[in-house]
Design a protein around this ligand. Structure first.
Ligand SMILES: *[C@@H]1O[C@H](CO)[C@@H](O)[C@H](O)[C@H]1NC(C)=O
Length: 359
């Protein structure tokens, strides 16, 4: 795909940050701009698959100073059988971060999905399942002690209506699984920043309030929680999978972030992508650029929003078309690894967000 016209439009949007209308033009870079604004990081999800073009973008520190392993640390990848741990793949990502001197957002310790059958169908009693969770956290977080910048300790514990998801964790242990997981993680790796991570927290609805209650629940037991991750799998226009929702206004996004920071924790965007009905058109790409800009600007408008991670580099490898047919084109780089208008919208949100009202 070619975006020559869109690039011109994006150039106008991004203003003086840009030098010339080619893809090689110099920009300040996403992470460089973020750090200049006094925040900590811009990251990307990463799957190491030997794609040199993708890797060159990930390795450009002006754009990225953090990675999140996309799949390698999930339970099915790290403990496929009880007590049998497989860390080779996960090690590659932690080593990558160390070798490049960048942050790593480790992902994740306790989740209902990509969970092997031996856990979900084991009919374990409460005590045994807590022991299984504890052993997993000891092994996985223990292996990388002092090397994970952040850990997603619990992922996606909530339903859309704010009730707890009926996972094996909740069904067996009850809500106590949340403070227990955070307690175990803080004992195993006291230096890691510990996060609760979920999607659809951006709309400021029942689920957002429920995430705030999870923060309070963990704190009420004297257990450490450092932050809440807003996944930000969003859309730039109504799609079938979004049920008509689109990326909220900057103010709605910032209000949702502040619901967490008011509880004395940090917030980050952990898995940003903004999908649309495909194929992309110039108009849709410009709408997407504005959505990315609102997201970035909402982060910069909230003092304790310390960073943002996008969910992958190129549309070529996005998970979206496989899960939501007819939707996609959600990332900052197109299938040919060219920067889309969204890159410049995101950058503009970083450069201008929080200054003199909405960016
Ligand atoms: C499971 O055990 C934990 C720890 O003792 C306790 O807090 C929790 O309430 C128990 N859950 C159930 C469903 O009994």
């Amino acid at each position: 795909m070619h975006f020559t016209n869109s690039f011109t439009a994006a150039l106008a949007l991004a203003g003086s940050a840009l030098a010339s209308p080619t893809d090689k033009r110099a920009t300040v870079g996403l992470s460089k701009a973020m750090r200049q604004r006094g925040r900590s990081f811009i990251g990307t999800a990463l799957t190491l698959r030997g794609d040199a073009q993708e890797l060159a973008i990930v390795e450009n520190k002006a754009d990225f100073n953090s990675i999140t392993p996309e799949n390698a640390q999930k339970w099915d990848a790290t403990e496929p059988q009880r007590g049998v741990f497989t860390f080779d793949d996960s090690d590659r990502y932690v080593d990558f971060a160390t070798e490049h001197g960048i942050q790593i957002h480790c992902h994740n310790l306790v989740w209902h999905s990509q969970l092997p059958n031996w856990v979900t169908a084991g009919n374990f009693d409460n005590e045994t399942l807590i022991e299984i969770m504890h052993d997993h956290i000891k092994a996985l977080a223990g292996r990388y002690k002092g090397r994970c910048t952040r850990w997603d300790v619990v992922n996606e514990a909530l339903e859309e209506d704010g009730s707890y998801r009926k996972s094996v964790w909740y069904n067996t242990i009850g809500e106590a699984f949340l403070p227990l997981a955070f307690k175990f993680a803080s004992q195993v790796d006291p230096k890691a920043q510990l996060y609760y991570n979920d999607y659809n927290l951006e709309y400021n609805g029942a689920k957002t309030d429920a995430a705030q209650r999870i923060v309070k629940l963990i704190q009420s037991q004297g257990v450490k929680i450092n932050g809440v991750g807003f996944q930000a799998h969003l859309t730039s226009e109504p799609t079938t999978s979004s049920g008509g929702g689109v990326t909220p206004s900057q103010n709605t996004l910032a209000t949702a972030l502040r619901k967490m920071t008011s509880q004395d924790v940090d917030v980050v965007y952990t898995e940003i992508d903004v999908r649309m009905n495909t194929p992309a058109t110039r108009k849709k790409l410009n709408m997407q650029s504005k959505a990315y800009q609102r997201i970035a600007a909402s982060c910069l408008a909230v003092e304790r929003c310390v960073g943002m991670t996008i969910w992958g580099i190129s549309d070529k490898y996005s998970w979206i078309p496989g899960v939501f047919p007819g939707e996609g084109a959600a990332n900052l780089w197109d299938e040919d690894f060219k920067k889309k208008p969204a890159y410049y919208g995101f950058l503009r949100g970083i450069l201008r967000g929080g200054k003199n009202g909405p960016a």
